[in-house]
Design a protein around this ligand. Sequence first.
Ligand SMILES: Cc1ncc(COP(=O)(O)O)c(C=O)c1O
Length: 362
Amino acid sequence: MKADRICNFNAGPAALPLPVLEEIQRSFLNLAGSGMSITEISHRSKWFDDVINDAVTRIKRILALDDRYHVLFLQGGASMQFCMVPMNLLGAGDSADYVNTGTWSTKAIKEASIQGKSVNVVASSEDRNFAYIPQSIAFDANAVFAHITSNNTIKGTQWARFPDTGGVPIVADMSSDIFSRPLPMEKFGLIYAGAQKNMGPAGVCLVIIRDDLLARTPGDIPTMLRYTTYAEKNSMYNTPPCFAVYTVQLVLKWLEESIGGLDQMADVNRKKAGLLYDYMDQSDFYRGTADKDSRSLMNVTFRLPSEELEKAFVADALDNGLGGLKGHRSVGGCRASIYNPTPLSAVEALLDFMKTFERRKG
Ligand SMILES: Cc1ncc(COP(=O)(O)O)c(C=O)c1O
């Protein structure tokens, strides 16, 4: 067992801010003077009302959402949204555009297609193993929505600027970069994000949906799969994942009160990723896998000269208190996930280790 906490570069579930974990620890047996743990409290209580209402208020404030947007908490992860988005938004005769930028987009397309929905894949970066974000895409002006994955957790690419869809609302899977930078909300009709990377523990998925898309929800799909069910009941039609929502609330509080909001968070994120990419760019030993203009500020993916060296790198790093650096099993290589909660000091420690490892083995 490790005596101390490590620098955690896991892709998700991922690091949480230490002050948030400490607050959970302090309040775990007695939340807000209730004499109960958050895991023991009714979701119909005043205490949980305070938690969920504060989380919603903070999300609206952080993203500067106007009254047209509804903030919902669902279960089933981001993967459930792959099916719910087309089920709720596409009726007979409707179609949607999808951009395929990797594993998660591919799954989103599959879940829409197996429902028999009309899906147009208007761009894809599969031709070069998803190493880039496609540009100059011709979107269909009649599409109900245009779906993108804003950050590709496995391939290490991210949309630096959101595409011009000619007014068609963007639906974005932001599971791995929500709250990492300010958003031009006027472009988005729906955003979804599993919590377990930038926002909290696994078990809750955030959905932000605009009125005009919410109005498309049909009445003849199962209750638990309808966005209106959650919008009408403040996400409490049934028992919500109370502990996960509570942790999200604390992470949002940390983001507002300790970091200062999205502009400040984006500055820190640029700095963290810049340290790693700048070093890789001048090294012959480490090679980034994503095109420069498509690089993710959240998941830095890279290769070493051989798979043997990659194995040694991941193992040695862990011995040095740096965990979670193995690439996704489907692509291999190495990946440093540096979401909001990962402090600059952890990235500096990783950079030092990369330099030492290169000196020893390069
Ligand atoms: C971009 C993206 N979308 C979707 C998912 C799937 O999320 P979940 O496990 O919450 O269903 C992931 C998981 O890593 C992801 O990175």
